[in-house]
Structure formats: structure tokens, C-alpha cells
Ligand binder design. Structure first.
Ligand code: GLU
Length: 373
């Protein structure tokens, strides 16, 4: 039995995948959705605050436009399908919520809205206000304007970011699979469900593969694990449970079946935001000694670095990678990539000579850095 009761947590984000919302023929699975909305209404009445992240725009729009491959053949198709489907999706949510005396609030966000610190704080404040006013935010990616390089692409990671922005206690991913298995159960019938994950290490990561079971949404287990990494790193629990049953939250509570990823301790809002960023501009590779120093909480000095890659400006987010290729930390660059390349591996006294001045001792200061492993 899972030791964490989602019914009693203060603020919950529920993510609904496309395959749960939309039947293979492209129609809305209204009866199922109503069973979920009934649960949402009960929980709200009991004082729980809820936000929803809903997929389904592309799948719904594809049917109305008669597009092949569920509207995902090209980016233009997906954008057009989302523009048509999002209206239908909002209407379904608004109708069902209103039927239970609740007000729906639509929020469409792009990756940039949550990657840029100011816009992130803005989205966070709006979510907070809506929830405080008793509305139920229904969030989706603004797919019709998000292009390949600036889109989440999957709502699992979006849900984790919304959980973080809303300072939720837990995120529940309702999925067509009931949790994380030791291997993909479709190809490995003997795979077993993992009920609890305390830490997402290499062993856990190896259990996931990328495919979405339904082929309708875009998130497979890899994006769910990435979502779990973002959420738990920000101090938010994340659960993957089956949405294949009516009233899925109650079913989870009764059976305990699912995978719960335990939250780690909160690092502070700014560092959480930094750790959850999905776009990084470059990488700095360090030697084993520097890797150890970083893990002890030190700043990154040029002397312990071996390479810099990517093109970044001062203040951009970069990853710091160990000699084994494992991401150790993420932080804000204190030098642009051009200067960083010149001072990689150099001692402080050499840097002043190379750059004419050594304005900052560290490539990444520990105050602007968050450890990832
Ligand atoms: N935002 C997409 C939609 O509404 C879904 C993304 C996903 O499959 O996770 O259709």
C-alpha cells in the first residue's frame, strides 16, 4: 500500500493523457471524464486544491480536420489540430466542471513561459490566484504556436513544471499504464510494478523506454521519469497511476496500485526553478576532483574543468558534467562560452593574463548552482 494519501494533500495537480480523454474513434470519453470530475468536485468540497493538466487537443482536432496519424504527421498538422481541438477540449472541461458547480479556468502555456524566470513567476502567481478563487485551472501547452525547439512536446513534464509553479504537494499522472515496471510490460510479460521510488538513479532510469503505449499521446515512460525528476527535485511527490478505470483517484486509494516517486527536500524556489529548466545552452565538463568539490557544495573553478561546449552568454543556464558523462549540476554561467573556452583548465593567476582581467573567480558560483546527482 502506498504510504502517501493524495486525498489529503493540500494542493494536487492531476494530469490526464490523450488516450484517456479521447477514444480511438476521436470522440471524447465523456463518461470516464465525468467520473474524474466527480472526484475532483468531492475533493474540492473536502478542501483540497486542484489544478488539471489536460492533453487531448491534438487528438480531438485531428479527428475534426480528418488528419492522418492522429494529427502528428507534421508540426503544422499538430498545430492546426491543436487550434481546433483546444476549443473542444476546454468546452468539455468547462461543461463537466460547471455540472458539479465548479468554474474552469483555461491556461495555455509554452515552454518559454516557464523557462524564463519572470514569466514563470507570472504563471505561478496566476495559478495561485485562480486556485485561491476556487476555480479549477485546466492547463495545456499552447501547441498551436509552440514550434519544435520551444515546446515541451509532452504534458508529463508540463505537469511537473505546473506542479512546481503551483507549489503543489503532489502531481498525479493518470496514464494508460498503471506505473513504472521493471521493464516495458508489453515486451516483457514477466516485468513487475515498482510501487515506490525513493531516488531516480541509473537502475530506475534503465527501466523506462520511450514509447507511449497508446500511440495517441506523446509521453512514454522516459518523459514520465523526467517529470518525476523535476517534481521530486522541487519537493513535490509524483505518482503514475492507471486512468483505465472510472474514478481513478478513488481506485488508487483503494488498491494502492501505482508508482509513487517520493519528493526530496525542497531546495528553495529559485534553485527548484533552475533544476527544472528544460533548456540549457551549454555544458562544462569537469575532472573527478572538481566533481567531488561540487558535490561538497563548492563553486566551479576553471582549474578543474576540461571542456566547454555550446554557445552561451553570461547568465545563461549550463550543465556541469562529470568525467563519466553524468550530469552533476546545473547553474548560471558567470562567463560567456567564448571566454569559458579560453580559461578551461586554467588557474586563477593564468586567467587574468589570458583575459586581461579575471572579474570572477568561478565559472559557476555555488549560489547559482543546483546539484542534480
Ligand atoms: N499538448 C498535447 C495535446 O493537448 C498533448 C501532449 C502529450 O501528448 O503529452 O494534444
Amino acid at each position: 500500500m502506498i504510504g502517501f494519501p493524495p486525498a489529503t494533500c493540500r494542493r494536487l495537480v492531476i494530469k490526464v493523457g490523450s488516450a484517456l480523454l479521447v477514444a480511438p474513434d476521436g470522440s471524447v470519453r465523456r463518461a470516464w471524464l465525468d467520473s474524474l470530475v466527480t472526484e475532483i468536485a468531492e475533493r474540492r468540497a473536502a478542501g483540497q486544491q486542484i489544478a488539471v493538466v489536460s492533453s487531448g487537443a491534438i487528438a480531438l482536432g485531428a479527428r475534426r480536420l480528418g488528419l492522418a496519424k492522429g494529427g502528428r504527421a507534421t508540426l503544422e498538422d499538430a498545430q492546426a489540430a491543436a487550434a481546433v481541438g483546444q476549443i473542444a477540449l476546454s468546452r468539455v472541461w468547462a461543461d463537466l466542471l460547471v455540472g458539479h458547480g465548479l468554474t474552469a479556468a483555461q491556461m495555455l502555456v509554452t515552454l518559454g513561459d516557464l523557462e524564463d524566470r519572470r514569466r514563470y513567476l507570472n504563471a505561478s502567481a496566476t495559478l495561485d490566484r485562480l486556485i485561491g478563487l476556487g476555480a479549477v485551472p485546466v492547463v495545456n501547452e499552447n501547441d498551436s504556436v509552440a514550434t519544435e525547439e520551444i515546446r515541451f512536446g509532452d504534458n508529463d513534464r508540463l505537469a511537473a513544471r505546473i506542479g512546481q509553479a503551483a507549489r503543489a504537494d503532489a502531481v498525479v499522472l493518470l496514464s494508460d499504464i498503471d506505473g513504472l515496471y521493471t521493464a516495458n510490460p508489453q515486451s516483457h510479460p514477466d516485468a513487475t510494478l515498482i510501487p515506490l521510488v525513493e531516488k531516480i538513479d541509473a537502475r530506475i532510469a534503465a527501466m523506462a523506454d520511450g514509447k507511449s503505449a497508446s500511440g495517441m499521446g506523446s509521453g512514454g515512460m522516459i518523459s514520465k521519469l523526467e517529470a518525476a525528476r523535476i517534481a521530486t527535485g522541487a519537493g513535490t511527490h509524483l505518482a503514475i497511476i492507471s486512468g483505465r478505470v472510472n474514478a481513478p483517484l478513488g481506485h488508487w486509494q483503494e488498491t494502492g496500485r501505482g508508482t509513487l516517486f517520493h519528493a526530496s527536500a525542497r531546495r528553495g524556489a529559485r534553485k527548484d526553478w533552475l533544476a527544472g529548466r528544460l533548456t540549457v545552452k551549454g555544458h562544462i565538463t569537469v575532472d573527478a576532483g572538481a566533481a567531488e568539490a561540487l558535490r561538497k557544495g563548492r563553486s566551479l573553478l576553471p582549474a578543474g574543468t576540461t571542456a566547454s561546449s555550446g554557445s552561451y552568454a553570461r547568465g545563461d543556464v549550463i550543465d556541469i558534467v562529470g568525467p563519466d558523462g553524468v550530469r552533476i549540476a546545473r547553474g548560471l554561467a558567470q562567463y560567456d562560452s567564448h571566454d569559458a573556452e579560453r580559461i578551461v583548465g586554467k588557474r586563477s593567476d593564468q586567467i587574468a593574463r589570458l583575459l586581461g582581467a579575471a572579474p570572477r573567480a568561478a565559472l559557476v558560483h555555488r549560489d547559482h548552482m543546483v546539484l542534480l546527482s
